[in-house]
Each structure stands twice: as C-alpha cells, then as structure tokens.
Design a binder for this molecule. Structure first.
Ligand SMILES: [Fe+2]
Ligand SMILES: [Fe+2]
Length: 144
C-alpha cells in the first residue's frame, strides 16, 4: 500500500498556487502515514513520530500560508489565522495525555479531522482566499 493511499490527492483540492498545493499534498501524505500507523496498531514510538511530523508540518504550512495571504494583501487574514488555530487545536486533541499515559485517536477520528477539517479547509477557505486575490497580487508573488 502506498503511504499516501489513505488520503489521495484529488484535483478538486487544487487551490491554484503550486507551492500551497504542494504543501497540501505533503500534509495529506503525512496524515496518511499517521493513519497507517494507528490503523496497524503500531507502538507508541512510531505513532508518536508520525503524529509529531504531522503537527510540525501543519504548523509550518499554516505559518507559510498566513505569510503568503498577508503579503498578497488578502482581506480576512485574521479570520483565516483563527481557523488555522482551531484546526491545529483539533489536531492536537487527537493525542490525549491521560492519567494512564498517552492515548491516540482512532483511524476514524483521524479520517474525520482530515476530511472535515483539513481538506474542507483547502477547498473552502483556502480556495476562496486565493480566488479573491487580485491578479496583480498573484503576479507580484509569483515573480518575487
Ligand atoms: Fe492551506
Ligand atoms: Fe488556510
């Protein structure tokens, strides 16, 4: 099975900016690796490292994207940042540290987050923001 098989890339996820789309693709691949690890009932170390990689990359992506929207002078950046924070908090909640140790999400809980929060964000807010940028702003970014 391919590592990315859990959450394959679909053309409808495309935002239209190569760098953002590439980052979104990587996010789905990392989420796919975590999904495989939890579905296979791997040990703590493997699941933890897959989880940490997804959390780290999600943070890097959101930071890069917020910089992009800000540089492109998009409206509603603050609202977009709030959404990123919510999505991040929901991701962090998929790892629970209780009195008897760490408990990770089930494969279904992860799928829910990926499909209803992460991918939904690509195809709703990210696409909307990118479409709303003026052509001039897109060109300015593309040539910088
Ligand atoms: Fe994004
Ligand atoms: Fe976003």
């Amino acid at each position: 099975m391919q590592p990315s098989a859990s959450f394959p890339w679909k053309t409808e996820y495309t935002v239209g900016n190569e760098s953002i789309d590439e980052q979104h693709r990587t996010l789905l691949e990392l989420a796919g690796l975590l999904h495989m690890a939890v579905a296979a009932g791997q040990g703590y170390k493997i699941i933890q490292s897959a989880f940490a990689a997804l959390v780290k990359y999600t943070d890097e992506h959101f930071t890069a994207e917020e910089r992009f929207w800000t540089d492109a002078r998009s409206g509603g950046v603050e609202q977009h940042k709030r959404l990123h924070r919510q999505i991040t908090e929901e991701l962090l909640a998929l790892r629970f540290e209780g009195p008897y140790g760490v408990v990770f999400c089930t494969p279904n809980e992860l799928t829910n987050w990926v499909e209803h929060r992460l991918i939904a964000h690509f195809i709703e807010e990210d696409q909307d923001v990118y479409r709303s940028l003026s052509q001039g702003a897109k060109r300015r970014r593309a040539s910088s």
